[in-house]
Design a binder for this molecule. Structure first.
Ligand code: AMP
Length: 378
């Protein structure tokens, strides 16, 4: 099988690694350069989307911020999974909110803002504090504003008004105002759905972010009632989209009740733990789903933590005594994810101890939240 992935980053790379034992060959289409590249070596294999599609049995994507004309060409091939609508929905918060409402899943109250009148109406309807998010091109906390007090109403509008006026997306761009959710923690659910509607869903993962970027994900045991809520919402969203592939849903947990924050129509950073912690990892299950092969078990085989390696930081090889290190072969830049570390243990509390001993080998500021993650496990 040959699979063309839209996007040539680490997710395409990890799909290639997971696909090799199944004889699934991955090529990656770099949407910026128009080149088709090898996902591991970045060697240029060809040029042009049409050529990439002609040479592929299946087309998929590793990210959702892709121009609509590229998506419609892929959709016309009849071999694009999870398909145009799912990717467009994941990349546009306005469409995403409409989907969540259609699927009947719990999500934060919101209002679409295109002008100052909408902004004033959102403040009147939802009240402060408000989180405001750009509908398009928003990720890792980028394109967000927080409106906390009446005093800041005009200043925040200055910024948002300017943003809307100058957005390269033109009239497709807007801002979503959302109620501020006083959550206890953030969790995510990753699962695969195949064309027959069958599901394989991983256990929930608890996520700790620093400055909008994921620092640590832990999958170590979960309250059954919370897992069931998440799975019901997952099924509802995936069925509404007639989704094929791996889908990630991020939730806020407010006192044991989940609320969807956002969806990602792809393999997800908070699912990297499945490479060492689950029977079949998210990358393989995504390929199984889009290639119409039987799905693999999403069972967790042991409590696992994933630590992101972000920017120009030091990772001593001694961590390898206790962990698996995955590098993405990327040049370090501030805020850029260049690898991750997976560590496993026999129980949640020993995972906490292992996290502590890994933290001893790393610089606190370079790897925030390790102590917090370890404490949460005990
Ligand atoms: P997002 O890009 O939507 O995932 O937002 C980035 C981060 O901002 C989330 O991981 C949350 O920590 C926080 N956040 C987003 N939306 C809300 C909300 N409605 N209420 C409180 N915090 C939020």
């Amino acid at each position: 099988m040959k699979v063309l992935v839209l996007g040539a980053g680490q997710l395409a790379r990890m799909m290639a690694l997971a696909g090799a034992p199944l004889n699934i060959k991955i090529s990656a289409y770099d949407v910026r350069s128009g080149k088709i590249v090898h996902p591991l070596t970045q060697e240029v294999l060809g040029q042009g989307l049409e050529n990439g599609i002609a040479d592929a049995d299946v087309i998929t994507a590793e990210f959702e911020h892709i121009a609509p004309d590229i998506l419609s060409v892929c959709q016309a091939s009849g071999r694009f999974y999870p398909g145009e609508e799912a990717i467009l929905t994941g990349g546009d918060r306005r469409k995403e909110k409409t989907l969540l409402d259609r699927a009947g899943v719990n999500n934060a109250r919101y209002q679409v803002i295109e002008n100052r009148d909408d902004y004033d109406a959102a403040i009147a309807k939802i009240g402060l504090p408000l989180i405001l998010k750009s509908a398009l091109d928003g990720y890792d906390g980028k394109g967000q504003w927080r409106l906390k007090t009446d005093r800041d109403i005009d200043a925040v509008w200055q910024d948002i008004g300017q943003f809307l006026k100058t957005s390269p997306q033109g009239s497709r761009q807007c801002v979503i105002a959302e109620e501020f959710v006083p959550f206890d923690r953030e969790v995510s659910l990753i699962g695969a759905r195949n064309a027959q509607g069958e599901l394989e869903i991983y256990p929930l993962t608890e996520n700790i972010h620093t400055n909008g970027i994921l620092s640590v994900s832990i999958s170590a045991g979960e309250n059954d009632a919370v897992q069931s809520q998440a799975e019901a919402m997952f099924k509802s969203v995936a069925d509404t989209l007639n989704y094929v592939g791996v889908l990630a849903i991020e939730f806020f947990d407010v006192d044991g009740t989940l609320m969807v924050n956002e969806i990602a129509p792809r393999v997800h950073n908070s699912g990297h733990w499945t490479q060492q912690g689950a029977d079949v990892c998210q990358f393989e299950n995504h390929l199984r789903a889009v290639c119409d092969l039987p799905l693999g078990s999403a069972k967790r085989i042991r409590p696992t933590a994933m630590i992101n390696i972000v920017g120009n930081v030091t990772v001593p090889t001694s961590v390898m005594h206790q962990a698996h290190v995955h590098w993405y072969d990327k040049e370090p830049r501030p805020g850029r994810k260049i690898g991750h570390i997976n560590l496993c243990a026999d129980s949640a509390s020993t995972l906490g101890d292992t996290l502590d001993s890994i933290a001893e080998l790393l610089v606190d500021d370079e790897f925030p939240a390790l102590k917090l993650a370890a404490d949460n496990l005990r």
